[in-house]
Design a protein around this ligand. Sequence first.
Ligand code: PLP
Length: 345
Amino acid sequence: MANLDWDDLSFKYRQTNVMIVSRYKDGEWSAPVATSDFDFHLSAYAGTFHYANSAFEGLKAFRGVDNKVRLFRPDENAKRLQRSGHRLGMAAPSEELFTQMCCMCVKENIEYLPPYGHNASMYLRPLLIGTNPQLGIASSNEVLFCVMCSPVGTYSGAKSLSPGTAVIARDYDRAAPHGTGAYKLSANYATSLYPYNLAHGQGYRELLFLDPATHTKVDEFGSSNFLAIKGNSYVTPLSDSVLPSITNKSLQTVAEDFGMKVEKRAVPVEEIAEFDEINACGTAVVITPICSVDDKAALESNVVTKTYKIPSGDECGVVSRKLYNRIRGIQDGLEEDIHNWCLVL
Ligand SMILES: *Cc1c(COP(=O)(O)O)cnc(C)c1O
């Protein structure tokens, strides 16, 4: 066992034993290898450095109540990375290679997999970068794919399901209309760092982006999707600039299992006033309940034009908690995996 306090992991980089690497060249992926050297030796001319020829993924492995190790929906991450690679004009690993390398990564670092009962897990970070030297703008024809991991607790170190505040970004977008918002590209994050820092500096937990074409509809939070509960409905924005979250997709299925109606549609900003519960959702924490949303004309200004108080307030909403518990239960082997989401190692 690694010498770690499983109850105090938060979400940060920790070196483990190895990462798993495969390289693509001349139409073929090399056999994946485990390496304890976490430093790349790459040309300074590699496309990833200059033009962000780079995409990534995030998924988790869990130690269950039955002591089994479960990977949550790796096939979905593999498919999403293929879509990202395609958008970059770059090769991406097959579903088989992707899953094989994720499994290798968990096994080779197994002492860093948190035991059951600490609400902690092993976060896997698959990374796809273009490596051939280039000067002109072009897609990369040599690619490095690696999977690294780190034991993690809750994202901010805060208690899980503790509600946070959000602010609307009206004068910053994370994605362009018809841009790359729906692909998990590294470049998307570069554009959101500055507004994210502003929001954090003002004490907000989350930054809510609007649709970049009209700024009248809700898109998503900086690194997580937007989901709301309204009566018996699960409401989430339908927009081509939103990243298709696997957590959101899973929560929608769970909501349907509970007999709720799932509404994937445009969400006007003003509708926030009508929601019973709002959450940010993503792999890192499943859901973060939102207790209030501030609207500002300019993120840099101190003037708040409107504050939406969410009725669930300082507690996680009842429906959201039920959805969360079902997902976590499946990941932990406490509930039957009726949709066959988990890959048991
Ligand atoms: C990764 C990501 C999410 C969450 O996706 P999950 O598959 O649920 O982890 C949401 N929004 C953005 C912008 C992301 O990059």
